[in-house]
Structures are given as structure tokens and as C-alpha cells.
Design a protein around this ligand. Structure first.
Ligand SMILES: [Cu+2]
Length: 301
């Protein structure tokens, strides 16, 4: 069918453009890199995990419903313009009501909305939380950087800040590369508990289908899974102050077998941030430490 050809053609172009972009950035490798701008990138970002794949499926379904409705209305309009023009139909009908027709054009759209609503709500609940989390990450939005804590692994935490343009090394992406990425094991369900320290931020990694507000005084849960090792980029997408545009997120998924080694080294590097006693995962949300400087900085201006 013509529409399918057009759509597949656009998909192939987008894939080609993405390949160019990744090669152009000097990042050609077996690992996945998603969330990077691509020339003519207009559709949804490619999927890096099950939530984004579910979003793609839902988007696809709604797309074809829209195509069908657009064709139906377009054909109907064209037919009415042709058949009932003043030339072909000089004496217009005086009919103004038709009970059957009115019931039909009320009931059919309702049915279409129900057909859309059921998978839509299913998707919302699927994104909302996972019953089988392999580990938990506490994400804190701060003006203007992120703090990630690992309550299941001793409770160490660290800040994640963007790399200034002048300090970029070859292969690092401007406005996306960070000094300390959020490292997670690939193929594992990661529970995210997000909160804000100063103002409302939003933890947004489109290729993993993650978007959650980071609100001071609240803990909001979600989850994600990166199916293959690689880097998944996102940004704070809640206007949160002058450096809002400079709050990139890098999720770096590493092979699960390497994750324990990374945790061991991180526990050493960030030992100073670990609480003295073992802290349960949920309590750690409220107790995730914050430096005095981070509190004082917004007050000082
Ligand atoms: Cu922010």
C-alpha cells in the first residue's frame, strides 16, 4: 500500500541519517548510542528498551487510526463537493435531522476513543512501576545538575555535571556528555525514585521511555531497562532556572557482568558519601545527602 511505502521509506531515510550522524561523531561501535540529534530527525527516538518499544507500538496504532480517519473524511468531503455542487444538485434537500445518523456519529467516535484508551492506560500503568525491579536508583534534580544514589549498593551517591564545551574530548557530545554518567547494568529492570531538591526538574530519557518529575518533598517512582550496553542521552525537560538547558542526562548501560566491578570501584571513589549504617532503599530517598554548598548556592544569589 502507498502509505506503507511512504512510511517505510521515511524510516529507512531516518535510519540512514542516524548511521551517518553516529559515524560522523566518531562513535561507530557495537554499543548503542541513542538520544543524539540526527539530521532530519522528526519521529520518535529509536527504542533502547521495552518501555520505548511499547510507546512505539502505541504510536503506530494511533498513527494508522489517524490515517484511516483522515482518508474517510477527505473522501467524504470530496464526494460531497462533487455530487452536491450547485450544478449537479440545484435543489438542496431540506432534511435537517436524522436520528440514526446522529447516533452513529456519536457512538462510532466514542468506540474509537475506547479502542485508543485501553492500550493507552495499559501503557501508562506499564511505565508507572515495575513489580520485578533488580535494583533501585535515587535520582535527585538540583539546580543545575543531577545526583544519583545507589541505595542497594551501600548508598553511595555522586553528582553528574555536563562537560563544558571547551573541555570536550574527541567523541564526547556537546551539551550531552557528562562527567559521571548514571551507570546501570544492561538488561536489568532499574527502579527509579526521583525527587527534587530546590525546584521542579524532570528526569527525561526518551530512548528508554522515561520521564518523571523531580519534585521537592515528593518521591516519584518509575523504571526503565536498557536492553543493550551503550549510552542513552536525555535532558531535564522541566524549565527549572537559568541553567535548565545545561542539565544533560547520560545513562550508561554496561554489561551486567561488569556492573559489580564498577560498583566496587564507585564505592571506593565515593566512599565519603556513604551513610555510616546500611540504609534501606526507601528510607534512602529522604536521607540522600546533599552538600551544604548545593543548598547555599541558590540562596547566595
Ligand atoms: Cu532541571
Amino acid at each position: 500500500m502507498g502509505m506503507r511505502l511512504v512510511k517505510n521509506g521515511l524510516g529507512a531515510l531516518a535510519a540512514l541519517a542516524m548511521t551517518w550522524a553516529i559515524m560522523g561523531a566518531g562513535m561507530a561501535s557495537e554499543t548503542t548510542t541513542l538520544g543524539v540529534p540526527v539530521p532530519w530527525g522528526t519521529g520518535l527516538q529509536a527504542s533502547g528498551g521495552p518501555i520505548k518499544t511499547a510507546i512505539h507500538d502505541f504510536n503506530e496504532m494511533v498513527f494508522w487510526i489517524i490515517v484511516a480517519i483522515t482518508i474517510f473524511v477527505g473522501v467524504l468531503l470530496a464526494w460531497v463537493m462533487f455530487r452536491y455542487s450547485a450544478k449537479r444538485n440545484p435543489v438542496a434537500s431540506q432534511t435537517s435531522h436524522h436520528t440514526g445518523l446522529e447516533i452513529a456519529w456519536t457512538v462510532i467516535p466514542v468506540l474509537i476513543l475506547i479502542v485508543i484508551a485501553i492500550p493507552s492506560f495499559r501503557l501508562i500503568y506499564y511505565q508507572d512501576r515495575t513489580q520485578e525491579a533488580d535494583m533501585t536508583i535515587n535520582v535527585q534534580g538540583r539546580q543545575w545538575y543531577w545526583n544519583y544514589a545507589y541505595p542497594d549498593h551501600g548508598g553511595f551517591n555522586f553528582d553528574s555535571r555536563p562537560i563544558p564545551t571547551e573541555d570536550l574530548k574527541p567523541g564526547q557530545l556537546r551539551n550531552l556528555a557528562v562527567d559521571e554518567p548514571l551507570v546501570v547494568p544492561a538488561g536489568r529492570n532499574i527502579r527509579v525514585i526521583s525527587t527534587g531538591v530546590d525546584v521542579i526538574h524532570s528526569f527525561f530519557v526518551p530512548s528508554l521511555g522515561v520521564q518523571r518529575y523531580s519534585i521537592p518533598g515528593r518521591s516519584i517512582e518509575t523504571w526503565f531497562r536498557a536492553d543493550s550496553p551503550g549510552s542513552y542521552f536525555g535532558q531535564c525537560n522541566q524549565i527549572c532556572g537559568t541553567n535548565h538547558w545545561f542539565m544533560p542526562i547520560e545513562v550508561r548501560a554496561i554489561p551486567a557482568a561488569e556492573f559489580d566491578a564498577w560498583v566496587a570501584s564507585a564505592r571506593t571513589r565515593f566512599a565519603a558519601t556513604m551513610p555510616a549504617s546500611a540504609t534501606p532503599a526507601v528510607a534512602a530517598v529522604a536521607e540522600a545527602p546533599i552538600s551544604l554548598a548545593a543548598i547555599a548556592a541558590p540562596l547566595a544569589r
